[in-house]
Ligand binder design. Structure first.
Ligand SMILES: Cc1cc2nc3c(=O)[nH]c(=O)nc-3n(C[C@H](O)[C@H](O)[C@H](O)COP(=O)(O)O)c2cc1C
Length: 230
């Protein structure tokens, strides 16, 4: 495998990290590499907020306690909504099937059965601790930009995750944070014109945790590609 191929193949969403710190120099290097992503007319719509140490712990504690409050009082949920629709309002095939398979495979691996709400809550809650990573990043975009800028953003984020592999690091992109932008944006000092795109955990994978043995399948190119020609 060449190095690009091996970085792509070895990237996965890691959901348990060691506490081993990552230097600011490395995070800066990754962000600068990410920014080599193409963007329409070179608009570069990305903005990053990097959290470490006590501030990361503080933010995680605030979101975890809100998440726990919502579990106790589901009425509260409507107060915590994402800034944009990442998922469809109404799911449909084949996407709903893939989503279900993904969820149940992960929970199955962790020994969580259907209906075990507390265990599901505890697993999902780990999102709000960046899965134990020493570095958590929030990415924002200007609300006024068009939908195309989200394409640019995806390329930037993928660069980040692939570049992290080059440093022996792992990541987990996280839309779970998006519901809590009301807490996160003021915390990081984002302006009124910014919206939260997603969070990202960065660190060394905890190889002893079973969650990181979870490998996801893909539909093959043969299935999603139509060849046209003579
Ligand atoms: C933008 C984005 C947001 C995601 N949000 C979450 C999240 O909040 N929590 C989580 O555990 N995984 C999250 N994921 C990871 C996906 O579940 C994962 O990419 C998918 O199942 C494929 O697995 P892989 O990344 O290991 O290849 C997210 C992925 C993307 C691209």
């Amino acid at each position: 495998m060449n190095s690009v191929e091996s970085a792509i193949q070895s990237r996965m969403s890691v959901r348990a990290f060691t506490k081993e710190p990552i230097s600011r120099e490395i995070v800066t290097k990754l962000l600068n590499l990410s920014a080599r992503a193409p963007s329409g007319t070179n608009t570069q719509p990305w903005k990053a907020y990097v959290l470490e140490g006590a501030l990361l712990q503080d933010l995680c504690q605030q979101v975890c306690s809100t998440y726990d409050s919502i579990a106790k009082n589901p009425e509260l949920e409507k107060e915590y909504q994402p800034n944009y629709d990442y998922y469809p309002g109404k799911w449909f095939s084949p996407y709903i099937d893939r989503r279900r398979e993904n969820g149940w495979s992960l929970y199955g691996l962790l020994g969580i059965a259907k209906g075990e709400k507390e265990k599901m809550h505890a697993q999902h809650r780990k999102n709000f601790e960046f899965f134990g990573a020493p570095v958590g990043i929030f990415f924002t975009i200007d609300k006024e930009l068009g939908r195309g800028s989200m394409l640019d953003y995806g390329m930037f984020l993928q660069n980040f995750m692939i570049a992290a592999r080059g440093e022996g690091l792992h990541t987990c992109p996280q839309a779970a944070w998006n519901s809590y932008s009301k807490i996160i944006l003021p915390f990081v000092g984002a302006g009124d014109h910014e919206m939260l795109v997603c969070g990202m955990a960065l660190g060394h994978a905890d190889k002893s945790d079973i969650v990181n043995t979870f490998h996801t399948p893909r539909v093959s190119a043969e299935e999603f590609t139509t060849w046209l020609g003579v």
